[in-house]
Ligand binder design. Structure first.
Ligand code: ZN
Length: 455
């Protein structure tokens, strides 16, 4: 069996002019390398070593004696060239009774297991946590906000730093939203024009203009791995003519975004998603989805849901919209959500989520646990020496009692916010892992039932 695999790998490599090794995966390839070096060494002129962590490629001539160890990164005179790899999405497994699926999104900075939850690092930081915490919890990707990073620190600082990854010293994938949601919900005096939207900063009242092309250029300065096209987000409730006008604007801006992206971006390094709007009107959602799909984006986002509409309407619109988005693309529900909202969307085939809720409620003392929400301020926990959640394996649950966590929260210690946030994000990480495992074992419906009793 092993020899067959090695032979097949050798045959494939024999057809290549170059061979790629990922430094983080090097141990897996060592045996394979040893095999083909003895068989096909003259056919392969170069070895490429790429590092997902540091984002470079070393090219090394095959004629020199070589065995793969990370220490070889110190080889003299390697050729360093830009790393190129297009974003790819592959479905791994489908739940037989729903549209839930597991998959992998490959980007130049790493692979993302889906369904995935992305913690929100609004201004280049996940509030109350360090990146050591984020690494420790083990997220594949984080989200940052284009609007906030544009306002502060601004593209000048980001360009000077070489993009957000090196600015933050964070080297996993980053997704950025388009800024549309913040402009329409946060900024003052926004006016929509054919070419974009004018608004005043929520910080100092200064006047700015976002065009579809300009928003992508900001996301280029950020260096995000997955970018979003500018959209006009609808509030709830909204009448149908207004939702239709926002849809038309969103679709037109998506077309201009797509053209700008294909014309002047390295599409292999920075992917672009279109955002489906249309309010709570099924025919408008269909129209918007069909227009975007005709533009052939690498992925699709659903915006303007979970903005105050009844739960039943959220479910109906999600299910309806999803049928018009291609099965072969990742599908991202923006700004969602709570465990029930996430489960409901996954049932209909959504792959990606982001939401400030787990971190925001943590700072207010509300914690997700395996038995439901818990308010750490409650008097019942004053002398409770048990862990926050006995089923949770996080640093906080392993080390501190409910009594202590209640005390530090009540007296306003900063560490209370840190511990609460850490636990809630750890919960989200394990929640998503549990969902993926359930889909893999054809047991998604059972998992939904379990959580419907808790949340
Ligand atoms: Zn915990």
């Amino acid at each position: 069996m092993r020899n067959t695999i090695l032979k097949n790998v050798g045959n494939i490599l024999n057809m290549c002019h170059t061979i790629y090794f990922d430094v983080l995966q090097v141990h897996k390839y060592h045996t394979i390398f040893t095999y083909f070096r003895s068989h096909i060494k003259d056919n392969v002129p170069n070895i490429f070593i790429f590092s997902r962590l540091f984002n470079f490629i070393l090219i090394y001539p095959m004629s020199r004696p070589f065995s793969i160890k990370p220490a070889h990164l110190n080889l003299t005179n390697p050729t360093v060239c830009p790393f190129r790899k297009s974003m790819e999405f592959t479905v791994q497994h489908r739940d037989p009774s729903t549209r839930a699926r597991t998959g992998l999104i490959s980007t130049s900075r790493g692979t993302i297991k889906t369904p995935v939850f992305m913690p929100v690092g609004t201004r280049g930081a996940v509030r109350a946590l360090t990146y050591r915490d984020i690494e420790e919890i083990g997220f594949d990707i984080i989200l940052a906000n284009t609007y906030h990073l544009y306002i502060r620190p601004g593209t000048g600082v980001l360009n000077n730093a070489g993009g957000l990854h090196s600015f933050m010293n964070y080297h996993h994938p980053i997704l950025t939203d388009s800024g549309g949601f913040q402009v329409f919900s946060l900024a003052a005096l926004c006016k929509v024009y054919e070419n974009g939207v004018e608004f005043r900063s929520h910080i100092d009242g200064s006047k700015h203009f976002f065009s579809p092309e300009g928003v992508l250029d900001i996301q280029r300065s950020i260096g995000s791995d997955i970018m979003m096209s500018l959209d006009q987000c609808c509030e709830y409730p909204i009448d149908k003519p207004a939702a239709k006008a926002a849809l038309d604007k969103t679709a037109d801006w998506a077309r201009r975004s797509s053209e700008h992206w294909r014309r002047s971006f390295d599409t292999n390094r920075q992917a672009l998603f279109g955002i489906v709007q249309g309010g709570v009107y099924p025919e408008l959602r269909q129209e918007c989805a069909e227009k975007l799909v005709a533009m052939d984006f690498p992925g699709y986002a659903i915006g303007g849901l979970s903005v105050g509409e009844p739960k039943e309407l959220y479910r109906e619109i999600t299910e309806h919209t999803m049928q018009f988005l291609p099965d072969s693309s990742p599908r991202y529900m923006m700004g969602v959500g709570s465990p029930p909202e996430i489960l409901s969307a996954i049932r209909h085939g959504v792959d990606m989520f982001d939401c400030v809720m787990p971190t925001r409620i943590a700072r207010n003392g509300t914690l997700y646990t395996s038995t439901g929400r818990l308010n750490i301020k409650a008097a019942a926990f004053e002398n409770d020496t048990g862990p926050l959640d006995a089923s949770c394996g996080c640093y906080v649950c392993k080390n501190f009692s409910r009594s202590y966590l209640r005390h530090i929260f009540r007296v306003g210690e900063i560490s209370a916010l840190i511990y609460n946030t850490y636990h809630n994000l750890y919960f989200m990480k394990t929640f998503m892992a549990e969902i993926r495992a359930a889909i893999e074992h054809d047991a998604f419906t059972e998992l939904e039932k379990k959580y419907s009793l808790i949340y």
